[in-house]
Design a protein around this ligand. Structure first.
Ligand SMILES: Nc1ncnc2c1ncn2[C@@H]1O[C@H](COP(=O)(O)OP(=O)(O)OP(=O)(O)O)[C@@H](O)[C@H]1O
Ligand SMILES: [Mg+2]
Length: 359
């Protein structure tokens, strides 16, 4: 299938070459290779752009696993690079920081807390504000599995709705409440204004960034998937949502592809390869206006900078399976796989015979 000329084979070159890009999101279903792909994209960008920041917004951070280096919530240089930085933020725990100490009690903070998603929206805005001041040439997001990412893209409207609700309630009940809180000796009008001011400020940042997210010159979303039903289904959902949010997407990476040429003697792999082929065809048919990049399933994990760099080759040119059916090399591999199989079967037989003798 790898060499079939039926479908146009793509690469990620188009993303690397688009030097106006400022924000690159990488997303998809859990475990398909988002962290691997976003890490590789950031490594490749580091060789052509002035400075690159990769941010993980997945609470189950794994940039640290991919790069085998510990990262924190502020950018740190990736070992072995002079212009590649990484940070891991947790959208769920920084709420108190984002509203400041004024948020600990009071009417407005109670309200703010009661709006679903507002805390995440606030810390996301806080983070965007921070990275905007840092002046990286391009920022790559390793996002959490799909549902979470879509929520993240809804933050501007979450904030906007939240703010409107707070304002209207404050206008309706503000006088009454401040009277009451004064009477009880709790709450502080000044604090509430400070919080409102902060919310307004956040909204402004998020609106500005949101405008950038909707500009295809500045922002694109790379969908990562594997050739399986659920992943195809989820990719379609993702693409539709992105279209709804007006976020550009024109790249799909299909990871963990099994190539016919490399399936040596395994019936299981052959069956999986046939299954994959069915979904690959569907991907190509559904997304004929996308760049589709296929990545091979490796026998081992892609862990550490060296492995990422080695695998990055497949982002720049179409993967060529290393062996071809019917060649000397392929027959040799088949023979050695069969030998291994025979050896294992003999060992198993031996074990069973010994067990029988004992009994
Ligand atoms: N083509 C591949 N061949 C073999 N292993 C791979 C391949 N791509 C990724 N992996 C491995 O699969 C595992 C999952 O990949 P990765 O962490 O990139 O996925 P993810 O989508 O970020 O997962 P999560 O949703 O958990 O964040 C990792 O151990 C990675 O090294
Ligand atoms: Mg990940």
């Amino acid at each position: 299938m790898g060499s079939s000329a039926e479908f146009p084979e793509g690469t990620l070159q188009n993303v690397l070459e688009q030097d106006s890009l400022k924000w690159i999101f990488v997303g998809g279903k859990g475990g398909v290779g988002k962290t691997t792909c976003s890490s590789i994209i950031s490594i490749l960008l580091a060789s052509i752009r002035e400075s690159v920041l990769i941010i993980s917004t997945d609470p189950a951070h794994n940039l640290s696993d991919a790069f085998q280096q510990k990262f924190t919530k502020s950018p740190s240089l990736v070992n072995g690079f002079s212009n590649l930085y990484a940070m891991e933020i947790d959208p769920t725990v920084e709420h108190e920081d984002s509203l400041g100490s004024a948020a600990t009690d009071g009417f407005v903070s109670e309200l703010a807390n009661s709006i679903p998603g507002i805390d995440e929206a606030m810390s996301f805005a806080e983070m965007l504000k921070l990275v905007q001041t840092m002046d990286y040439s391009v920022i790559v997001f390793d996002t959490a599995p799909t549902g979470h990412t879509l929520r993240l893209l809804q933050f501007p409207s979450t904030l906007e709705k939240g703010l409107a609700k707070i304002m209207s309630l404050k206008n309706r009940f503000g006088g009454l409440l401040s009277q009451m809180t004064r009477l009880l000796g709790v709450g502080d009008e000044f604090n509430e204004d400070a919080i409102l001011g902060k919310l307004e400020g956040m909204k402004e940042v998020i609106e500005r960034v949101n405008k950038q997210f909707k500009d295809p010159d500045l922002t694109t979303f790379v969908c990562v998937c594997i050739p399986e039903f659920l992943s195809l289904y989820e990719t379609e959902r993702l693409v539709q949502e992105l279209t709804k949010f007006e976020i550009d997407t024109h790249n799909i990476i299909i990871n963990q592809v099994i190539y016919d040429e490399e399936v040596v003697e395994s019936k299981l792999l052959k069956a999986r390869m046939r299954m994959q082929q069915k979904y690959l065809n569907q991907f190509y048919m559904l997304y004929d206006d996308f760049n589709i990049t296929k990545l091979p399933l490796l026998p081992q994990e892609v862990c550490g900078v060296e492995a990422l760099k080695a695998f990055s080759r497949n982002f720049l040119s179409v993967y060529q399976p290393s062996i071809t059916r019917g060649t000397l090399e392929e027959v040799e591999q088949r023979v050695s796989a069969l030998r291994e199989h025979l050896k294992n079967a003999e060992a198993e037989l031996d074990r069973l015979n010994k067990g029988k003798q004992k009994a």
